[in-house]
Design a protein around this ligand. Structure first.
Ligand code: MSP
Length: 501
């Protein structure tokens, strides 16, 4: 049976992870948890991108070998994912020998098919982007459009991938698969880029030592993006797939898992990426897959970028947000939820402590948290235990079913902000109901009536708890525990209010 296969980009190990990296990964984690709760068999892949000139340089700057450096930073990513409660199933490193062998095998296969050929290249190159820029793309005075630094003149013998061959097939694919380029607002940029004409892509470097060597010509190492994109299939067991007639290309087992797994996983359902790497994933990657005769992923979704208090996050400005530090202070779950309530997924957003605190107090402390403690305190005065089964009136059950339908639809659109809006809205309706029916007063004249209202509130909050769990796994589980059948205890607030300072 085909599994649901969701991937994050693999992260560069030239510096430590920050809020931006966490954003992409938490988005996938929310989806993975949601789909698992729907009974889907999910494979969630993440990892680290460890080759290339930039990593070679940052290792040299630290005075350590590239391998030692990548080990250190890759471990930092895994540690952060643990802290942020990321439920990934596989973690790939591009320095895994199994991955390197798949990259080499694919390269040789495309060399044989004529999709890769040897040529030479002169152009203007940005070492930081690991990319050539032509005149129409470069900034003023021959500078990199991203880094604003002067571009370097480079002339080298290089292998090319025949990207130009895939111009028409790509356009056809976009047209026939309208969800492939998501969100829709970013589709035109890609379509126009491809319509503008594709040039063959240089896919090897002779100057970069820290890379996967071309098997048949080891003076060349494989371009880091070509190497990196392949992670999505090497981690799915493409090595076995590449073996002709069950004859291994190499002695070693090429893949991490076997060919049956590959067919259960590939094609991916979703590659989640930031907007700046959308083009790599929607032009180069599908063309490589076409060259390999492999099916294409169903969807590539580009999310926006976070600034911090209006500024670009950068080491020089010293405003880089460490999500672990923020989580240690306010709880990991509130941080996870904030990122997806504050900004519609796909758009750029700004992180500010003021909006974080405001949302925390309004959505979590005063809404969900307050409702839970009020209900439990009031009920405890009536009876010491919560019953296992709570039968909800038909109209309440209907409201829950409608909300569920709306939540499912929002997930389909990756509209995380809508999902949270629906959940928080459901909870504030319940709070309103408490204010309107005043069970604490009713209890004096009609204890049975008050009890009924409170039990209904408990039943509804069991739903809220389940709904928030993909965003806030720890809090969701704790809320579920407090609402489960059994004695009502004295609990600390789920979300202690953040004081204004
Ligand atoms: N190694 C490549 C990806 C190869 S995938 C085959 C890469 N790595 S990265 O470490 O630079 O960044 C990966 C992700 O982090 C991207 O999805 C990017 O959008 C995200 N972010 C990095 N900074 C960000 C913000 N300030 N805001 C939101 N996301 C950003 O690119």
């Amino acid at each position: 049976m085909k599994k649901m296969y969701i991937t994050t980009p693999i992260y560069y190990v030239n510096s430590v992870p920050h809020l931006g990296h966490a954003y992409t990964t938490i988005a996938c984690d929310i989806l993975a948890r949601y789909y698992r709760s729907q009974g889907k068999d999910v494979r969630f892949l993440t990892g680290t991108d460890e080759h290339g000139a930039n990593i070679e340089k940052s290792a040299a700057a630290k005075g350590v070998s590239p391998k030692a450096w990548t080990d250190e930073v890759s471990a930092k990513y895994r540690a952060l994912w643990k802290t942020l409660n990321i439920s990934y199933d596989s973690f790939i490193r591009t320095t895994d020998p199994a991955h390197e062998q798949v990259v080499q095998a694919i390269f040789e296969k495309l060399l044989k098919s004529g999709d890769i050929y040897l040529g030479s290249y002169s152009g203007k190159y940005c070492v930081s982007c690991e990319q050539y820029y032509d005149e129409s793309e470069m900034g003023e005075n021959c500078t990199c459009p991203v880094h604003k630094k002067p571009l370097t003149d480079v002339h080298e013998e290089t292998y090319f991938f025949k990207l130009s061959r895939y111009e028409k097939p790509l356009l056809k694919y976009y047209e026939e698969h309208p969800d492939f380029l998501s969100p829709k607002t970013r589709a035109n940029e890609i379509i126009n880029f491809v319509k503008g004409g594709l040039r063959d892509l240089s896919v090897t470097r002779t100057k970069v030592k820290w890379g996967v060597p071309v098997k048949s010509n080891p003076a060349h190492t494989i371009y880091v993006w070509f190497d990196a994109l392949i992670n999505y299939i090497s981690a799915a067991g493409a090595g076995m797939f590449l073996c002709d007639e069950n004859k291994p290309l190499h002695e070693e087992k090429l893949s991490l898992i076997d060919a049956q797994d590959f067919n259960e996983l590939w094609p991916a359902d979703l590659h989640m990426v930031g907007k700046e790497i959308f083009r790599f994933h929607t032009v180069i990657w599908p063309a490589v897959l076409m060259a390999l005769n492999l099916p294409l992923p169903h969807q590539v979704f580009a999310h926006g970028w976070w600034t911090v208090e209006g500024e670009k996050m950068s080491k020089t400005l010293g405003n880089v947000i460490d999500p672990a530090e923020l989580g240690a202070k306010y709880g990991v779950d509130p941080v996870r939820a904030f990122l997806f309530r504050e900004v519609p997924f796909g758009q750029d957003g700004d992180f500010s402590m003021t909006s974080f605190k405001n949302r925390y107090n309004a959505d979590l402390a005063n809404n969900i948290g307050n409702l839970l403690s009020r209900t439990l305190n009031m009920l405890a005065k009536q009876q010491p235990e919560i019953p296992a089964e709570i039968v909800l009136p038909a109209e309440v059950a209907q409201k829950i079913a409608d909300t569920q339908t709306a939540i499912d639809a929002a997930y389909k659109q990756l509209a995380f902000d809508k999902v949270l809006e629906l959940i928080y809205g459901f909870s504030s309706d319940l709070n309103k109901q408490v204010a309107d029916t005043k069970p604490w007063e009713l209890a004096k004249t009609d204890p049975e009536g008050a009890r009924k209202i409170l039990l209904e509130l408990i039943g509804c909050q069991r739903k809220t708890a389940a709904w928030i769990t993909p965003f806030m796994p720890t809090v969701g589980a704790e809320m579920t525990r407090r609402l489960a059948a059994g004695p009502i205890e004295k609990y600390a607030p789920l979300f202690p209010r953040i004081a204004d300072k």
